[in-house]
Design a protein around this ligand. Structure first.
Ligand code: SAJ
Length: 400
């Protein structure tokens, strides 16, 4: 058996390495020649624990090879990004381009699977596209949707152990896709149809977004009501059927802050809560930036001088180096835009340097700043003890 993996990014590459580890030939495809070159040298272009070794081994053993175009295989996996165009409209042009690339290669009984997060109906759309171009293959291919659900930072473990939802365009496709994943996945495999599987991925992330929005809304209410939101949530969670998530400085990353729009774009009238949750979580970042502004002005009035300010954390969540779609980074940018000769210390212990921000060591920043703003609950920050004279804004519950 042989597999073509289209897209060698955060999900495609680890999945390719995993399949290759099971002695199946994987021909990886990426439009970026640099990525192809790096992988063929047995190296990787992304940060993910244990991925380097997995790729190095797969390439060395000859089971993984990368190129910029596909070849004939039995199984084709589409793992390319689905970004946005215009005003929060999902853009499936990469999925379509990848599909068009394999259409001439397809033959009877092949398996074609989309893993990319996709709007509902994408798999059926691609099926129609394939059969329009290759009418002789109609009904003879196995076409399915199977979303990935791995957590960045823990991908190599979760790829193997998480349950998977597999939805074919017909029963034969589902069964065939299931047998494929069974070879290298230890988690349970759940059968459904393609539309349900597509929606399932969007709903998982929307559900988390809505729950975080609830926590963020509570934090706004508690701020006005003079209640410690962290204590409140801890107490409410003592109830056996209550499980409130943690408020923060907003929701970031490329999944939870994005996927809900895939539902809202297609069903705007029906997805009231899902849409509102996005607004609340975005507003929370704006609110945090405004809070820093107020603290700054209050300090000036009280002390008759400008404060120095430490912004603690830039990553989109604790203990990672990923700054993409990060609310903390957005807040730092917003605060710096409003800078008026105050001294700023920007801190991100998980990266050594940044092209825009001049970074300061976290201890030094916390020691020297008049106002300490905790944006991300990185483990390093938990060791900081600051004296009472400092103003502390804790947006991530690090001191609770
Ligand atoms: N966050 C909070 N409060 C919380 C939990 C998280 O504010 O109580 C924030 C984080 O700080 C971060 C954002 O939410 O800014 C998202 O972080 P996350 O750890 O919840 O999730 P991601 O984006 O790293 O990964 C998610 C996962 N989805 C779910 O947990 C439902 C992962 O399993 C998916 O595979 C991934 O999205 C994806 O690729 O879709």
């Amino acid at each position: 058996p042989s597999v073509v993996m289209i897209g060698l990014g955060y999900i495609g590459l680890p999945t390719a390495a995993l399949i290759a580890k099971n002695n199946t030939y994987v021909h990886g495809v990426d439009i970026n020649p640099k990525v192809v070159e790096t992988i063929n040298e047995g190296k990787i272009h992304i940060v993910e624990p244990d991925l380097d070794e997995a790729v190095a081994n797969a390439v060395k053993e000859g089971y993984l090879k990368a190129a910029t175009s596909p070849v004939v295989a039995d199984t084709y996996l589409i793992v390319v990004p689905t970004p946005f165009k215009g005003k929060n409209e999902p853009d499936i042009s990469f999925v379509e381009a990848a599909t068009r690339g394999v259409i001439p290669l397809l033959k009877d009984d092949d398996l074609y699977i989309i893993e990319s997060t996709s709007p509902i109906g994408t798999t059926e759309k691609m099926m129609n596209l394939i059969y329009e171009e290759r009418p002789n293959l109609k009904g003879k291919l196995n076409i399915a949707y199977c979303p990935e659900r791995v957590l960045p930072g823990n991908v190599m473990y979760e790829l193997v152990h998480n349950d998977r939802v597999i939805g074919g365009v017909d029963e034969k496709s589902t069964t065939k896709a299931l047998a494929f994943y069974r070879q290298f996945i230890q988690g349970d495999l759940h059968e459904t149809n393609a539309r349900t599987a597509e929606m399932c991925k969007l709903v998982e992330n929307s559900s988390r977004d809505v729950q975080i929005a609830f926590a963020n809304e509570l934090s706004l209410i508690c701020d006005k009501a003079d209640i410690n939101v962290w204590e409140l949530i801890e107490l409410a969670n003592k109830h056996p059927r209550v499980n409130i998530l943690q408020p923060g400085c907003g929701v970031g990353g490329h999944c939870i802050a994005v996927d809900p729009y895939f539902i809202v774009a297609d069903y705007p009238m029906e997805s009231q809560i899902i849409g509102k949750a996005r607004e609340i979580n975005n507003y929370k970042s704006f609110w945090c930036a405004e809070k820093v502004k107020t603290a700054k002005l209050e300090f000036e009035i009280e002390h008759g001088r400008k404060p120095s300010i430490a912004l603690m954390g830039l990553a989109f969540k604790p203990n990672i180096d990923d700054l993409r779609e990060s609310p903390a980074k957005y807040i730092a940018q917003k605060v710096l835009q409003n800078a008026n000769n105050e001294e700023y210390f920007i801190v991100e212990p998980n990266i050594s340097e940044h092209k825009v921000f001049k970074l300061t060591n976290y201890m030094e920043a916390a020691e020297n700043a008049d106002i300490i703003v905790y944006l991300v609950a990185h483990k390093e920050f938990k060791t900081i003890t600051s004296d009472k004279s400092k103003v502390v804004l804790d947006f991530c519950g690090i001191i609770k």
